[in-house]
Each structure stands twice: as C-alpha cells, then as structure tokens.
Design a protein around this ligand. Sequence first.
Ligand code: GLU
Length: 449
Amino acid sequence: MTTTRFAPSPTGRLHVGNIRTALHNWMLAKKEGGRFLLRIDDTDAERSREEYVEDIRGDLAWLGIEPDGEERQSQRLDHYEAAFAALKEAGRVYPAYETAQELELRRKVLLGRGLPPIYDRAALELSDAQRAAKEAEGIAPHWRFKLDHDETIEWEDGVRGPQKFDPAQLSDPVIRRADGSWLYMLPSAVDDVEMGITDVLRGEDHVSNTAVQIQMFTALFAAGVGVQQNLPNFAHEALLVGREGKLSKRLGSLGCDAFREKGIEPEALVALLARLGTSLAVEPITDRAALLETFELSTFGRAPAKFDDAELDRLNTAIVHQMEFADVQHRLPHGMDEAGWHAVRPNLATVHEAGEWWRLVTGPIDRMDFSAEDRSFLAEAARLLTWGDDPWHGLTNALKEATGRNGKPLFLPLRQALTGMDHGPDMKELLPLIGEGEVRARLERAAHG
Ligand code: GLU
C-alpha cells in the first residue's frame, strides 16, 4: 500500500513551503488509496516545542489534510538505539573525536585549496590505543555513518529523473552527537523502513541526504532492520520561491495563521499549492477528488515554483464566489440569511467582507450629497415606490417613464441614496433585504437632504 509521510520538526510553525510538501504527500497517498503519516521529527529536544506540535496538527486540520497516523521520533529512541547497535556490529558506524573547531579548520583548508570540503575520515585511522587515550582524556566521541565508497548511489527520482552520486564525493555523515542525541539522518531512515514508507517526497534541499540515506537503507536491510527490504521511491520537488524568483524570508514565515487572517480559504491555498510548479493549470478547484485525479509527479517541473500572492487572491475570490450559504453560515454577520449571502457574494474577495456589505442592508449607511435635480428625482422615486416581487425593476421602470432618465443618471442616484455608495451588490437583490419601509425612508432622507 502506498504510504507517505510528512515529517516536520516542531521547532516553528509550518510555512507555505512545508504546507506544500504536506499536501503533496497527502495527495500522493490518497490518489492511490494509501496512507499518509504525520511524523514529528522531535529528536532535537532543545528546539522542539509541544505548542508547535499542536499548531502543526491544527494547521493540517484547517487545510483538511487528515493524517492516517501520527508518529513521534522522541518516543522511538529505542528503535534508533537498536539500529545503531546493528550498524555498529556491521562496521558501518565509527566514533570520531574532532571538535567542531578542528573540523571547521580542515574545511577551510580544503576550500582554500579549491577542494570539496569532504570529511577526510581521519577518525577511521585511529588505533584502539589512540581511541582509548581520547576516552581517558574524557572526550566522548560523536558517531559517523561509514559510506561504502564501492557502491555507486543511483535512483530514479520521481521529479528529477535519474540521479547518480559517487559516495567518495560525500562526507560520512555525523548521525549521533557526543551527548548521545540523534541528528536527523539515521532516525529518519529507520522510521522510513520500519513504517513501511513507500514514497519519500520532499524538497530538493534533501537530494544529497537521499544519497546518503540510500546507503543507510541498504545497510539497515543487511542488518535486518525494517518491515520492508525495498528502497522507497524518492522524489524531490523544486523549491518554492517568491514572485521575484528568490527564496524569500517572507515565504519562510508565511503560515496558515497569516492566510486565515487575510481571509484566504484553505481550499484556495490547496488549489494553488496542488498545482503550482506543475504543468497543470492552476484553477479554482474545490473538489479534492478532482485535484487528486490529476495529481501526477511527472507533471512537476524542475524550475523553482513561484508563489504569487496575487494569484492566491484571485483564486480565493473565485472560490468564495462558489461557496454555498451552508458552508459559510457560521462565519456570517448575525441575521444574514441565504438571500443576503447570495446578494453580496459576487462582491466578495473574502468571506470577512460580507460584514461590510451587510451593513448596507442593516444600516446605517453613509450620507451623500445630491444636486437639487437629483433630490427631486429621489422624491419622485419615493412617491413611485411600490412593493412587489421585484421592487427594483418596478421602481426603475416607473421612474424611466415619469422622468425620461436612463442609464447612469437613472441608476446612480438611487444606488447612492439607498446604499451610500457608488457601487456594490445587485440592487435587485438588495432591495427586498432592506425592506419597503427602510427603502422609502432612505429615498426620502436623500430627497430632503
Ligand atoms: N524533519 C525533516 C525536515 O523538516 C524531514 C525531512 C524528510 O522529509 O525526510 O526537513
């Protein structure tokens, strides 16, 4: 069964980039009737916070992305310990004693010589006696995973196509700190094999991690860790950038809260992110099944996907215009009924704005100044007003006949007198909502200045 995971570290809120990763993983699983797991990568006890875990759950719920299960790395430390022991037994991890400063210095020297800053494996050369001496000095080792330099790393990436890495061009990754805590690399690989993850879809900033993790997977399989003995499929999507084409700080902090406050509907964000960076047209599609049907990794491009707020706003407007009363009822101003919703909906960019338009019905409206000519026209309007199925057409037809006015001179003073504005919802729909007595009163007020 297709099983995907979204693996945020709870060290902050989700931003639009990881919302996109979550959505795509959910879509990849759901399209195949599979499972989507939320995995909380909280091995970094110092930076992880419980409130962020709750925010992540809340954001996913707001987006309508429901995980089929939740896992937490902090509760699986015994699994990493066991995998580590197995890898150690197989000679695939080794202790290293360099300080951060030493490593940094070596890096600088290599870079200065124009060489790639690959770890030189000095720790592998240490004799047992040298190691014992370090330990006697009280220096605890950190641990590296030993890449197999004879095993070329290759995979067919779902987005990037064939990928090939020479392991000798990669540093043996540090997987465990001197204090025993875990870095990202090994726990993630252990979880992927033990949770039966079939598809790993993440940002292209993880490509070189995948190269390393492929060797970890193979080493774990050889050591008998995991429910599956197959590598997952890997796909790395191009990063999300701002409209100006750069990775912006703003995008990195733009999360569900900001969207919600701006009146962006989750469906608009989903419709945009589902197709942004693909060859498919971004459309105001609210039907998830329709989005799932067309979701295909092969449609993803390799160029950075450009996130444009204006595009999201347009999509949001189109989606608000499709929303039914029942979907929004609980968010509308008190007293606003289905007819009210239908009257104002075409004028909305966000559901919040319904309140502003509803004020035209409930009043008070803004007072406007009219010329003497318009005032007598409005007095005539108050006299001619009759109330039937469609009072607006009744009134405008009667006025046309009585005054000879047409077009703007006919309609604009009426709209201004009745709503205090030059534009707004369809008057035909507004009039019955305002009601006969109030319509007459507003016309008379305007006529008498
Ligand atoms: N916690 C990692 C991150 O947020 C997960 C990466 C992955 O998907 O393996 O970058």
